[in-house]
Design a binder for this molecule. Sequence first.
Ligand code: 13P
Ligand code: SF4
Length: 357
Amino acid sequence: MTATTKTAHEPETKRTFEVPKHPEWPILTEDEKEALKDRIKRLLKKENAVLVAHYYTDGDLQDLAEETGGCVADSLEMARFGSVQNAPTLVVAGVRFMGETAKILSPEKRILMPDLNATCSLDEGCPPDQFSAFCDAHPDRTVVVYANTSAAVKARADWMVTSSIALPIVTHLKDKGEKILWAPDKHLGHYIQSVTGADMLMWEGSCVVHEEFKSVALERVRKLHPDAAVLVHPESPAAVIDQADVVGSTTALIKAVTHMANKEFIVATDEGIFHKMNLLAPDKVLIEAPTAGHGATCESCGHCPWMAMNALQTLAATLETGANEVHIDPAIRERAVIPIQRMLDFAKRQAKLSKAS
Ligand code: 13P
Ligand code: SF4
């Protein structure tokens, strides 16, 4: 069978959701910042809570998560780490699907988030009712959804994947002869399709941050830095991915900076990742891949406006008041846990195999 990539879902030309402006947090003095961090540490202890943060959140939050026994990670590890914690409360600093995934995996725990309005353009661009109709129209396909979706969309899926495990899972499904219905990120989907050759029917979603990386401008920056390695998150457009030395999840891109011999790296992903890269490889030079620029729109600055809603102030307030708790309809949770657990079990088997080899 010849593998095909088809696009059946035609998106609305007009966006149905707003991309917010970046919140403008008051600038704190070092003393104020330290006092706030101490307050958060005390509150985490008092509430017996563990902080789980994504690499795109503010650097202070990332440090706090690690200093207090939590973790900073990519979406897959955030889900796995959260699910094996004994603490009764998890505070998820990231975007809503990350908090929802934690709640789906640990319904007995209290899941708090600094701001429940922190969503994601991929999640917003895949409304559950339209997605459900898309699935109904293609009952012969295995439904694979990206983590960046609502609980209700996951409830319609056979598998959930994150950027760090999408390739092996799709390869596994292709080897079993399965045809795939993929949602929502078309760029990640096309990348996976181009590598695996799987038969994938795509939803037409995209990340408003990664879509802004510009391929022609990137060519120019590469000419200025001919020895730099180009690191690209696969939510970026194909013309940007085509120029990459490494394409991968946030964790894979951080590993590349620490393991590769290059001195310079051009990085096409959210700028929040530079915090961890700088900590682990302070001698390396990190260059932001070009976007349409700060002068264009909020989306063109290389930083996710929803991730930016996570701040020391909102984290402290959430812990103090218990506000912003994530709730999931139990009927949706019962169905949505299946594709997520399937992914985690697959990841566990993979880890065992790579340890054994
Ligand atoms: P990772 O799973 O690679 O961390 O990506 C999550 C994300 O939202 C990227 O935009
Ligand atoms: Fe969603 Fe893009 Fe923000 Fe990641 S960077 S959370 S994909 S909008």
